[in-house]
Design a protein around this ligand. Structure first.
Ligand SMILES: [Zn+2]
Length: 86
């Protein structure tokens, strides 16, 4: 069987009623993970930085990076103390 470029294209992974929840497998829209039927069409989806589903912000990338930085600084300080205690 001859294979065309679209045979190797990314496929839609949406669960479907028709296949008992199996993935859709239609070609995904360029730059998206879903086909045109399952939310990949132009103009669909939330805009960048949409905060409609934001509850408390504790798991946002900004908050995670802040906690990571604080942990790093505390570790640095502990290492610094060890150096002067010994
Ligand atoms: Zn689909």
């Amino acid at each position: 069987m001859m294979t065309y470029p679209f045979h190797n294209s990314p496929r839609c992974g949406a669960k479907t009623k028709r296949n008992n929840g199996a993935p859709c497998h239609s070609p995904a829209v360029r730059g998206k993970q879903r086909c045109r039927i399952h939310g990949g069409s132009k103009g669909s989806g939330a805009k960048h930085d949409n905060t409609n589903a934001l509850k408390h912000g504790q798991t946002t990338q900004k908050a995670k990076m802040c906690r990571k930085e604080i942990r790093f600084q505390i570790k640095n300080w502990k290492d610094f103390q060890k150096l002067y205690d010994s």
